[in-house]
Write a protein that binds this ligand. Structure first.
Ligand SMILES: *Cc1c(COP(=O)(O)O)cnc(C)c1O
Length: 428
């Protein structure tokens, strides 16, 4: 299997090269050259497959012969070492809880898969430096996924003062091969610096790669849980609508990929916060990112989502199908808070600012699709946004096991202001 750059379809590389480099030299995202739908016999008997077996079926064509079967299955097994419960919180409305991993965020799936692929490829290789820009959750998931992986240094850039306390502790307290750079700026500034480093010829001698969802090894495994949810709901024989709280649009784009593999999903909703570039684009046809706005759902504070280019690629010859499959709605913080309260009052179910945005998108879409069942992705554990959630609901959340020791640890970060500082750090 080869991957081409979205900026130049003639530039093609292997799975391994795409994982090791993250982004193509021309800054284009890598995209699989072809996709083969899985057999009907697989979908007809999916209930007999374990999570690991399902994941193996959907990823194997994308890895090709880059990783042998036994090792790939081992990587998947380690990646999926936690549960993906699907909870019906109202009639026909399900929460797909993706937050049972080590850092309580869905990004654990991609980060764990990618770190293990890199570790496999790095057996003989020189040291790789993994760069990651985070608006909140990526940093922690990547730090945890990559901790102690040999021949790998991880450098995390995060916007100072714009991530929650737990998020900051998760990415600044691990030490070892993990370094956190605290940037005076927004997530988009962080992402810009990472992109710039990749195309900086003076840094060519460093083996840089990215662990953002632009990296195919982080992006593609996010398909897995769409299949798990389908397996759980299959016998209801209803149309399924998925709603994803979206920031960089990697998660929802993986869902669209799952559909390309034949998974029967009838519709996708990309729910955003006030950073509404995509919903505006779908309305008026102009793609015009505004300045990023800080919101309660900070992991979605992205105004120029990288993975939207992949979604456009998936539908490039078929605008009609795109509008049939895909809707996007924005919701502001007030609406999110109000709805966190409402869901708790009606169902005693606790959401948080990201998941609730997905819920809102789902409800809106289902207004005119009353035959369907809906699934929203609950992408983070409410404890990660405890201040917001506890204030809204006037209660105290239980601290899950994964966080018990975190508050005893000491934050360590290096402050930087601009690209020059960043480069100086990398060149040391
Ligand atoms: C990263 C993140 C998102 C957004 O996911 P994308 O793949 O970037 O669209 C949503 N919710 C949470 C909690 C996240 O950490």
């Amino acid at each position: 299997m080869l991957y081409y750059s979205l900026h130049n379809h003639e530039h093609k590389v292997s799975f391994k090269e795409a994982v090791l480099h993250g982004l193509a030299p021309d800054k284009g995202l890598y995209f699989p050259e072809k996709m083969t739908p899985l057999k009907d016999s697989f979908y007809n008997t999916i209930e007999n497959y374990s999570n690991t077996e399902i994941a193996y079926e959907c990823i194997k064509q994308f890895v090709g012969n880059a990783i042998p079967e036994t090792e790939l299955k081992q990587i998947i097994d380690e990646t999926l070492s936690f549960d993906f419960p699907l909870i019906e919180i109202e009639k026909d409305i399900y929460s797909l809880e993706l937050f049972h991993g080590p850092t309580l965020a869905f990004k654990d799936v991609g980060a764990r898969f990618m770190s293990r692929c890199l570790s496999y490829f790095n057996h003989a290789n020189a040291k790789t430096i993994v760069l990651v820009a985070t608006s909140g959750d990526t940093g922690g998931a990547v730090a945890s996924g990559f901790l102690g992986v040999k021949n790998t240094e991880v450098v995390i850039l995060y916007p100072s003062g714009k991530v929650s306390e737990i998020q900051e502790l998760q990415l600044t307290t691990l030490g070892k091969n993990i370094t956190a750079l605290e940037v005076a700026g927004t997530f988009d500034d962080c992402q810009e610096m990472v992109k710039k480093a990749f195309s900086d010829t003076e840094l060519e001698n460093l083996n840089l790669t990215s662990a953002n969802s632009i990296n195919i090894a982080r992006w593609l495994p996010q398909m897995f849980y769409y299949f798990f949810a389908y397996k759980a709901l299959k016998e209801r024989q209803k149309q399924i609508v998925f709603s994803c709280p979206s920031g960089n649009f990697g998660n929802i784009c993986a869902g669209v990929m799952a559909k390309r593999l034949g998974l029967p999903i009838s519709h996708f909703v990309a729910a955003t916060n006030a950073n509404d570039t995509v919903p505006r684009f779908l309305k008026n046809g102009h793609y015009q990112p505004n300045k990023t706005i800080a919101t309660l759902s900070n992991a979605m504070d992205v105004s120029d989502p990288s993975n939207f280019a992949r979604i456009q690629e998936l539908y490039k010859n078929n605008a009609e199908n795109f509008f049939q499959d895909f809707t996007s709605y924005p919701f502001d913080d007030n609406k999110a808070l109000e709805t966190i309260k409402l869901i708790y009052e009606n169902s005693q179910y606790i959401t948080e600012p990201h998941g609730v945005t997905g819920y809102l998108g789902l409800k809106k879409e289902l207004e005119n699709k009353n035959e369907a069942v809906g699934i929203f992705l609950e992408t983070a554990h409410p404890i990660k946004f405890s201040e917001t959630v506890e204030n809204a609901l006037d209660l105290k959340l239980q601290v899950p096991n994964q966080l018990k020791d975190l508050f005893k640890k000491q934050k360590v970060s290096i402050k930087i202001e601009n690209y020059t500082d960043f480069k100086k750090f990398l060149s040391l």
